[in-house]
Design a binder for this molecule. Structure first.
Ligand code: G3I
Length: 474
């Protein structure tokens, strides 16, 4: 038989299965190469699930509980960020003036880092948990002691802390919108910015946060006061990077769906946001999932920290507000949180929609679908054209055509509203008021319709709660 002759039938029978296997193998490889990747597998721990969208899921750790193996096992398994519940506070780290003690703080810090977790620092300047020597100081001596404390603690952890709560709980509860009275406040209203400037100098690598409670509801005076402070700091260049929302929800301070608005509006000022001490009286699964989804909806929301592991570890254990039962088993709220984290990712780009005036029933419209920078906005009968589709971005821009922004050409009453190429300026950022107003971040004035007919102008004007300043987004 010549070398080019076909193999005999017996040989063909032998190699046929081999050939088929080879072809099947090659096809399998090709199929694997062209098949879409499998859907992202759901993660089975809170930290890993949050990490899918670049966020963390953290927990407050008490040093003296780390010897409890149930506690340490859950904490290590589920969370990838740690806050010391009490150990980095002023009384713990500087019990005597000038004598720093990091024994307990380092126990928490080292445990976190050895287990691959990031650390939030909590907290440097606070009216509460001051050591006796600090409580008895006032005026310039207290001011200097605050600065020395910031320098001492931040030097110890320089380059090691992801976020520091530089100032904690400086605003009063209730409807005043005032600062909380405290020995620190009595050193002068500028104590907060002094603390932030000292902190930036002490450790330029840490994100510097202002942290407070009862500031989650956008309509509350305390929230608005904190917002005004952060806006002022950003305008004047006071170094602030993030705002922590403690989120201790209970019947006196219940979760409200406008928390997402709050997070968005702060993010639009140019700061990161974080949920820093979450616990919910009764641990409603729905409310826990809502909070997670609110954070996931805001690209500048860095992550969520719950204030303890099991209910029995909580400062409010009677409220059973956490994700684990006393025996370490998972509560329904745990599953709700995990599912929300697994379902979420970073915010998809916002879809456009119309913005309809309450007085006119007409929509914000770019005349003749113009695209030139400076084209003045009008009211017009609502339709589905692209010149009426406005997308609210996480930064607070209202974008049309993808790259043009609703732009205030001034800051005073009567300032013209136009489209302009998006460039990140505060005159292109807007905050959605709970009453339907659209407020310019730079001016603090409202989007105001001058008339109700087709072609009516839109301008900035002092907010009045009038129907010509109320808008609904579809
Ligand atoms: O460790 C001592 C113990 O030796 C002593 O026998 C006992 C007697 O009262 O006190 C123990 O210290 C307590 C400490 O927690 C540790 O458990 C303090 O009294 C108690 O005041 C302290 O409470 C802490 C509270 O801050 C103080 O303001 C809570 O654990 C802590 O969860 C809580 O955390 C704060 C955040 O820092 C800021 N936001 C609000 C949040 C809840 O209040």
């Amino acid at each position: 038989m010549g070398s080019h002759a076909l193999p005999g039938a017996a040989v063909r029978r032998k190699i046929r299965p081999l050939l088929l296997a080879l072809i099947a193998g090659v096809l399998g490889v090709v199929a694997a190469l062209v098949a879409p990747p499998p859907a992202q597998a759901a993660e089975s721990t809170l930290g890993a699930a949050a990490a899918q969208s670049g966020r963390y899921f953290g927990v407050a750790i008490a040093a003296n509980r780390l010897s409890d193996s149930t506690y340490a096992t859950i904490a290590n398994r589920e969370f990838n960020s740690v806050t010391a519940e009490n150990e980095m506070k002023i009384d713990a780290t500087q019990p005597q003036r000038g004598q720093f003690n990091f024994t307990a703080a380092d126990r928490v810090y080292n445990w976190a880092v050895q287990n691959g977790k990031q650390v939030r620092g909590h907290t440097l300047a606070w009216h509460s948990q001051q050591p006796g020597w600090m409580q008895s100081l006032s005026g310039s001596a207290l001011r200097q002691a605050m600065i020395d404390h910031i320098n001492g603690v931040m030097a110890h952890y320089k380059g090691k802390i992801a976020q520091w709560d530089v100032v904690n709980e400086a605003f009063a509860d209730g409807s005043s919108g005032a600062r909380r009275d405290s020995n620190l406040q009595r050193t002068g209203n500028d104590w907060i910015e002094v603390a932030f400037r000292a902190a930036r100098a002490a450790d330029p690598s840490a994100k510097l946060c202002y942290n407070d409670y009862n500031v989650e509801n956008w309509t509350w005076a305390k929230t608005q006061a904190m917002y005004a402070m952060v806006r002022d700091f950003k305008q004047r260049g006071v170094p602030i990077d993030c705002v922590g929302f403690q989120a201790h929800f209970n019947s006196g301070s219940p979760y409200n769906a406008n928390f997402r608005t709050t997070l968005q509006n702060f993010a639009a000022l140019g700061v990161d946001v974080a949920v820093t001490e979450l616990d919910i009286q009764g641990a409603s699964s729905t409310t826990y999932a809502n909070v997670v989804n609110d954070c996931l909806a805001v690209s500048r929301c860095l992550g969520i920290t719950v204030w303890g592991v099991r209910d029995s570890d909580s400062w409010r254990s009677g409220d059973t507000p956490l994700l684990f039962n006393n025996d370490g088993s998972k509560k329904p709220a745990y599953t709700a949180v995990l599912n929300a984290l697994n379902g979420g990712s970073t915010t998809p780009p916002a879809d456009g929609g119309t913005i309809k005036g309450a007085a006119s029933g007409r929509c914000l419209d770019v005349p003749n679908a113009g695209t030139a920078d400076g084209t003045q906005i009008q009211l017009y009968d609502c339709h589905t054209g692209t010149n009426q589709q406005w997308a609210l971005t996480d930064a607070g821009e209202l974008r049309v055509y993808g790259n043009k922004c609703l732009d205030a050409a001034g800051t005073g009453n009567g300032a013209r509203i136009q489209i302009y190429s998006c460039w990140g300026g505060d005159n292109q950022k807007w905050r959605m008021g709970s009453n339907g107003s659209i407020v310019g971040v730079q001016s603090g004035l409202c989007l105001d319709a001058v008339g109700t007919g087709n072609g009516a102008r839109v301008q900035l004007y002092t907010c009045s709660n009038g129907d010509n300043q109320r808008w609904t987004r579809s």
